[in-house]
Ligand binder design. Structure first.
Ligand SMILES: Cc1cc2nc3c(=O)[nH]c(=O)nc-3n(C[C@H](O)[C@H](O)[C@H](O)COP(=O)(O)OP(=O)(O)OC[C@H]3O[C@@H](n4cnc5c(N)ncnc54)[C@H](O)[C@@H]3O)c2cc1C
Ligand code: SF4
Length: 512
């Protein structure tokens, strides 16, 4: 009996559960590049190029290992354009009797799989995605009796389960679970940051780049220069380079932002983790090893492990626990359409302009830029969560809905009403001034709330606090914000709210 193992573009791991279900010598592996997946949102050209090139290299690797691989390229003449039709064609032409697939990363794709399962005349078997360190069932079980689903407690459970940075009694090394308080330095005094690896463009990547240039250059984002790792070997070099040169300061400057410096000490490994070229546990283990070998301090290593073992697994758990309703949440009933400055239209707000510019050139920006610049602005300006989520899904090379949606809708926009975050991540220009050097290059002044040059974040922040006091003033973490707002006299409040209205009018008129 010939079985077919169908591998999706973010499942490029040799240890994939569906691969283990087939016979290397008898069965068939199938991968396909299809229009529907490349365009259901207008993905950044770098993201499409990265995934297509990584898929083609993965197919080559499997062929080299002795597997029989069928691969549909994007511009193959008979490419049907969606994976269901391509899969059916493969089943027909190869006389397949059973299909194996690993659980997909998106609800949308799972629905397609479930439909296929009913329609196909042969069995389609969906295997658990064992690359994650917490299964969906395990997460649901953890969540079942909790009033609040806070990441911190999930993370502690995961540290104990995987014996990472714990002693023999299961207690945290150093005596504390979380060293985040030490990880809030700004990087304004740092002269140079570590350079990053470059990877040669081989024939495979070169063909993909031409294809993407021809078909997707109308999508937001710059294709060249292209410097992504596209094989596991290259991705491992990226991981080792991060451990050697960046991990030591990863914690200290995790929240810092700098103009013309997208990377700082961040790992830039999310693309490779999410596509399957790297595995979460191996990264946590090499980081822990670096701590044991005194190559990096505890605050850095704990911070890095928390992002992968804690946040990454937690957001996946939240996604599958809450979908499909989660995607429609809009706690604040925000409805302003996404303004064109998110697509690179000129703005005097330097921080937004800089993060959007970096996003356009790199298909990457680091967490605090996503959360506290573009995310914070979207929250304060009342942008429609659906538009904002679609933007994040399109523009970042690491964006797949299971990880993008909870981060955007839950963490950045608080549109889930506090499932993920204990308070909205709303901040004024003062925070951005403290954590970056952006304000020095800006027409606006973070010290002012009103007046011609006042930073738009300031009046929008108080406007947000005022507008949502019915729901937010009982939140203990916003106690001081409401105390300060209520201390202001009526005239001051009115001036601030008037200024916020002017800012929003200017935003709508594309004149901010
Ligand atoms: C609005 C918003 C949208 C986001 N969308 C995505 C997305 O589409 N895809 C994505 O992978 N991450 C997303 N994140 C999380 C985070 O910003 C990125 O994982 C991180 O910036 C990737 O860069 P890095 O590899 O240099 O991360 P580092 O700072 O070096 O962190 C190490 C690793 O930890 C993991 N990680 C860190 N924070 C998170 C988090 N909050 N959720 C999940 N994993 C995390 C990533 O795998 C990352 O590679 C989003 C965050 C926000 C606020
Ligand atoms: S002044 Fe305001 S708008 Fe300008 S960079 Fe600073 S925070 Fe951004």
């Amino acid at each position: 009996m010939t079985k077919l193992c169908f591998i999706l573009g973010d499942q490029l791991s040799e240890s994939l559960s569906s691969l283990a279900a087939i016979d290397k010598h008898k069965d068939l592996i199938f991968l396909c590049e299809v229009t529907e997946e490349a365009t259901y949102v207008a993905h950044h050209p770098k993201k499409i190029a990265f995934l297509f090139s990584a898929m083609r290299h993965f197919a080559q690797l499997l062929t080299g290992l002795g597997y029989r691989v069928r691969y549909t390229e994007y511009d193959d003449v008979d490419n049907a354009g969606c994976f269901e039709a391509e899969l059916c064609r493969a089943i027909d032409e190869e006389k397949i009797l059973e299909v194996h697939v690993t659980f997909p990363g998106e609800w949308r794709v799972l629905q397609k799989m479930e439909r296929l399962k009913k329609e196909l005349l042969i069995p389609l078997i969906i295997h658990e995605d064992t690359r994650f360190l917490c299964s969906i069932d395990e997460f649901n079980c953890w969540a079942k009796d909790k009033k609040q689903l806070r990441m911190e407690y999930f993370y502690r459970m995961m540290r104990q389960k995987h014996h990472l940075l714990t002693d023999t009694r299961g207690k945290p090394v150093g005596g504390t679970w979380n060293y985040d308080k030490q990880n809030r330095k700004n990087a304004n005094h740092i002269k140079t940051f570590p350079g990053r690896l470059t990877h040669p463009i081989d024939e495979v990547t070169s063909a993909v780049l031409s294809l993407v240039e021809k078909n997707f250059s109308h999508h937001f984002g710059q294709l060249y220069p292209f410097n992504f790792a596209v094989t596991r070997e290259q991705a491992l070099c990226e991981a080792n380079d991060f451990i050697e040169h960046c991990l030591v300061y990863f914690g200290d400057y995790q929240d810092a932002m700098r103009s013309n410096e997208a990377n700082l000490y961040h790992s830039k490994l999310s693309f490779y983790l999410n596509a399957g070229l790297l595995l979460p546990l191996e990264l946590c283990c090499i980081a822990e090893e670096a701590f044991k070998n005194k190559l990096a301090p505890l605050n850095a290593v704990e911070g890095f492990i928390r992002q992968i073992l804690g946040w990454r697994e937690y957001v996946r758990g939240i996604y599958w626990l809450m979908m499909p309703d989660y995607a429609n949440k809009n706690y604040f009933n925000s409805s302003r359409p996404l303004p064109s400055l998110y697509w690179g239209q000129d703005t005097r707000m330097f921080c937004i302009k800089e993060v959007v510019r970096q996003t356009k050139t790199e298909a990457y920006s680091h967490h605090i830029q996503r959360l506290m610049i573009t995310g914070n602005f979207a929250l304060l300006a009342g942008l429609n969560p659906k538009d904002v989520c679609e933007w994040y899904l399109a523009v970042y090379a690491d964006a797949f809905e299971w990880v993008e949606l909870p981060n955007t809708l839950g963490m950045a926009l608080y549109a889930d009403g506090g499932v993920m975050a204990s308070k909205p991540y709303a901040a004024s220009g003062k925070y951005i001034q403290k954590m970056s050097n952006f304000c020095k290059s800006c027409t606006y002044d973070p010290r002012h709330i009103v007046g011609e040059h006042a930073c738009p974040f300031n009046s929008l922040y108080w406007n947000f606090i005022d507008q949502h006091q019915d729901t937010l003033k009982i939140n203990p973490r916003l106690h001081y914000a409401y105390l300060n707002w209520n201390k202001m006299d009526q005239e001051k409040k009115k001036n601030i709210l008037d200024k916020a209205a002017q800012v929003l009018t200017a935003l709508d008129a594309e004149q901010l």
